[in-house]
Ligand binder design. Structure first.
Ligand code: BG6
Ligand code: MG
Length: 207
């Protein structure tokens, strides 16, 4: 591994719960219950694609305009929840593992679907650990499309095959595979497939 490309939500920081809460609130407003089991399908997926899946679960049709309003509403609520985010919500061993890789000379990129990634990295105070940041503001195709990881490898000046992706979503694992990268799954629930290795958290990889 010459390069490491990290997903953000659910790999480095425990923001997945806030995404879920914000979507759940929107679903409640729309008159249906959004369950945690359905939420699994939203992980790693872009904001608009997440909304489409949510509406599919609720059996709701909406115009493009209505969808824009709903996505904005969810995001405003999510960003509100992020205001109090700090380093205490880093997942176990995440910062230590990033530092270990840095000490070993491994180049590090973020590879996240989130447009809120810059805000989150600032709140956590870990921006300087990344040699490159690729997020929802710089990619146009959502995971499982490989764009985010191909761009990450390119920004690190490395071939995708020399990079390992760290992911907690099935869409992200597929994106890593499609990019030709290795992939380590952060799989708390034991539900992910197709990765090279499975751990519960980045702390499991510390030496
Ligand atoms: C991913 C999350 O990291 O970012 C998804 O796993 C989320 O659940 C996606 O939908 C987009 O995030 P944001 O912050 O741009 O709405
Ligand atoms: Mg994730």
């Amino acid at each position: 591994m010459k390069g490491a490309i990290f997903d953000l939500d659910g790999v480095i920081v425990d923001t997945a719960k806030y995404h879920y809460l914000a979507w759940k609130e929107l679903a409640a407003e729309l008159g249906f219950e959004f369950k945690e089991s359905d939420n699994e399908r939203l992980k790693g997926v872009s904001r608009m694609r997440s909304l489409e899946i949510l509406l599919e679960v609720g059996g709701i049709d909406a115009t493009e305009e209505e969808k824009q309003v709903m996505a904005e509403k969810k995001n405003n609520r999510y960003v509100e929840m992020l205001q109090s985010l700090d380093s205490s919500e880093l997942l176990e061993g995440a910062e230590a593992y990033l530092r270990q890789l840095k000490n070993d000379g491994v180049r590090i990129s973020l590879g996240s679907a989130s447009k809120n990634a810059p805000l989150i990295l600032d709140k956590l105070g870990i921006r300087d650990l990344f040699d490159a940041v690729v997020d929802g503001n710089s990619v146009s195709k959502a995971k499982p499309d490989p764009e985010v990881f191909l761009k990450g490898a390119e920004m690190l000046g490395l071939a995708p095959a020399d990079c390992v992706v760290f992911e907690d979503s099935q869409a992200g694992i597929e994106a890593a595979r499609n990019a030709g990268c290795g992939v380590i799954a952060i799989d708390v629930g034991g539900i992910l497939t197709d990765a090279d290795k499975y751990v519960k958290c980045l702390g499991d990889l510390l030496v």
